[in-house]
Design a binder for this molecule. Structure first.
Ligand code: SF4
Ligand code: SF4
Length: 261
């Protein structure tokens, strides 16, 4: 974000307020749903593709583009249509067709975080969004509640702990994911149908000692499956003790390799 932009924006904390009301009939209605960069978190992808009854593979192929961040971490962006407005594939004359499952950044709009590392929010009240010129007054806290942000924040926090893990920091070795690890992260975070197949159609549960209740939960509950994916990344990429081998000798060997016995 450049300095000029930041100067135009007002900084808000949780109890600060802003005006906003978005509805059909405004001259700008739907204009903000085109030609926009929207990065999707793993939980955004889960909610959006579930809303459309699509497999993760099909959703990712049809509606997203994958990029690579500096640390080799896959970044997933929503793919705009190739029409003259570069419209979001989910916008209709009536508004968002997946409104109940729209991504985090669409929910938060017109406020957005100062940065992923800093507390606080920004709003650009001089933008062409007419919704900020009228309507109800909200504190950020009220807005987040109204937009059902809590579950998103909870699921995204676990993902943030992965992307800001010490493994990538200068003090932790400044590691970068190779293509194998990047694929593992992509599958465990975004391509959950494939990740589930990997778990249930291999000898995974013969090798790793996973609690029976957890196995049952991840069979039924995709949020639990995603959390399990984060756990797998921690074990496999960050070398954390989030799994144990069923074979005690093997487990001992691993512990010794990590210098923890
Ligand atoms: S009021 Fe703002 S958020 Fe609503 S459609 Fe217009 S530009 Fe978009
Ligand atoms: S997902 Fe919905 S709210 Fe977000 S840009 Fe697309 S149409 Fe607009």
């Amino acid at each position: 974000m450049n300095k000029e932009n930041t100067e135009k924006q007002r900084r808000l904390s949780l109890n600060d307020s802003f005006k906003f009301s978005c509805h059909k009939g405004l001259a700008c209605f739907n204009k903000c749903c085109s030609d926009v960069n929207i990065f999707l978190t793993p939980y955004d992808v889960l909610r959006m593709r579930r809303s459309m009854w699509l497999s993760s593979e099909e959703f990712l192929k049809r509606f997203t583009v994958a990029l690579l961040g500096d640390e080799g971490i896959p970044l997933i962006a929503l793919k705009m249509l190739e029409d003259e407005n570069k419209s979001c594939p989910f916008v209709t004359p009536e508004g968002c067709m997946i409104y109940q499952d729209r991504p985090w950044s669409c929910r938060m709009y017109p406020v957005f975080p100062v940065s992923s590392k800093e507390e606080g929010f920004l709003i650009d009240e001089n933008s062409s969004c007419l919704g900020m010129k009228e309507g109800k007054e909200w504190t950020i806290k009220e807005w987040k509640k109204n937009q059902g942000i809590d579950i998103y924040d909870k699921m995204n926090e676990a993902y943030k702990e992965i992307t800001f893990h010490d493994y990538f920091s200068a003090s932790g070795g400044g590691n970068k994911l190779d293509s194998g690890r990047a694929n593992l992260l992509y599958k465990a975070c975004y391509d959950l149908n494939e990740f589930k197949k990997f778990l249930f159609e291999t000898k995974f549960f013969d090798i790793y000692d996973v609690e029976k209740e957890v196995i049952e939960k991840i069979k039924q509950d995709e949020e639990e499956l995603l959390n399990f994916g984060y756990r797998w990344i921690r074990f496999n990429i960050f070398n954390e003790d989030t799994f144990r081998f069923k074979d005690k000798a093997m487990d001992k060997l691993l512990q010794a390799k990590r210098g923890k016995d």
